[in-house]
Design a protein around this ligand. Structure first.
Ligand code: NAP
Length: 327
């Protein structure tokens, strides 16, 4: 039975990945931080097959102990401060967890897993936010980085240190440069879920308006369930490498809002949306669109769920989620 260790197992991608790997027959271990993590109850109920292991990406000895205990074949480093807006307010924390956390994970693998091509394989969750103020469109594995947030800067460090350790110590370490991916498990703070959840609440009479920032930003949005398959595929290759994972289509936040309201039969969506400068970022990323040709060719990966289907899925989920709460 292959063994996988996931940091960030309580997050959106961690949940999808745990489900996917369990379905493939893996024994799944998940790093859980804090002494009374509120998401543990949900994990125990919905993912009883995940074996929780205590630890924190800020604490190297805890990562070493976790790997000694789990003895994984594959390590998926998904743990991060992942909310771009929060990274502007807590830049040092973001650099520590999202950036230095990757270095700690690599060191823990070298200490416990051995530094050779037979060591534990590592997947690092890199991000399209590293492209930031984009130098070319669409973005590929060779597009230079120009991050526009502390989160993006921390991800660039994480990405570069993975490449450096791969080249220096012969580690099997891959980075997936994933463009935005969403779904019903997305945290309520992220704009897609904020919109689909607010639309559901407006439809049910529980909320009057949605307050948003920039409606013009464009993102390449895919479905998280599709994207975790790419993470696994990267670790099954003979050689480690980095891959862009994206749909190749881009939609604005305004289009997201329009699609979501249309799902509940509301056409005059502007009546329910207010913009507030407090939600604008100090430095914006205007347009992201990825070219995933390399992943499609070498990994045989392609996205299954398109953007309209994704929004339909999220609105349907949030209508049920909010209705169940008032029953
Ligand atoms: P998420 O839902 O925000 O999950 C983040 C996870 O990180 C949570 O499980 C959280 O644990 C954990 N974490 C936070 N601080 C930690 C610490 N100090 N030690 C250990 N774990 C810690 O993020 P996601 O959407 O699943 O994304 C997964 C990864 O992919 C992240 O690295 C993210 O930056 C990256 N990424 C995401 C996207 C996207 O569109 N979703 C795109 C590109 C890259 P708690 O639950 O205990 O707080």
């Amino acid at each position: 039975m292959p063994r996988a260790f996931i940091t960030g197992v309580t997050g959106q991608d961690g949940q999808h990945l745990a489900e996917f790997l369990h379905g493939k027959g893996y024994e799944v271990f998940g790093l859980v931080k804090g002494q009374n993590n509120p998401r543990m109850v949900q994990m125990r109920d919905e993912f009883p097959y995940v074996q929780p292991v205590p630890g924190d990406l800020a604490d190297l000895p805890s990562l070493v102990k976790a790997l000694e205990y789990a003895q994984p074949d594959e390590v998926y480093n998904l743990g991060a401060i992942s909310f771009v807006a929060m990274s502007f307010n807590q830049a040092e924390l973001t650099a520590n967890i999202t950036g230095l956390g990757v270095l700690r994970m690599l060191e823990a693998i070298r200490m416990v897993g051995g530094a050779s091509e037979n060591s534990m394989r590592l997947y690092q969750a890199s991000s399209s936010e590293m492209f930031g103020k984009v130098r070319e469109t669409p973005q590929t594995e060779r597009t230079p980085f120009h991050p526009r947030s502390p989160y993006g800067c921390a991800k660039v460090f994480g990405h570069d240190i993975v490449v450096n350790y791969r080249e220096s110590y012969n580690l099997f370490a891959c980075s997936g440069i994933l463009f935005n991916h969403e779904g019903p498990r997305r945290g309520l703070e992220f704009v897609t879920r904020k919109v689909t959840n607010s639309v559901a609440r407006i439809k049910l009479g529980l909320q009057k308006e949605i307050v948003l920032g920039n409606l013009d930003s464009k993102r390449d949005w895919g479905y998280a369930g599709d994207y975790v398959k790419a993470m696994w595929l990267m670790l099954q290759r003979d050689q480690p490498d980095d891959y862009v994972i994206a749909t190749g289509e881009t939609y604005s936040i305004e289009e997201l809002v329009k699609f979501a309201f249309a799902e509940v039969g509301i056409e005059n969506w502007r009546d329910y949306v207010r913009q507030d400068p407090k939600f604008f970022r100090p430095a914006e990323v205007d347009l992201l669109i990825g070219d995933s040709t390399k992943a499609r060719t070498e990994l045989g990966w392609k996205p299954e769920v398109d953007f309209p289907t994704l929004i339909k899925m999220m609105v349907a989920h949030d209508l049920k989620f909010e209705s169940d709460k008032i029953r």
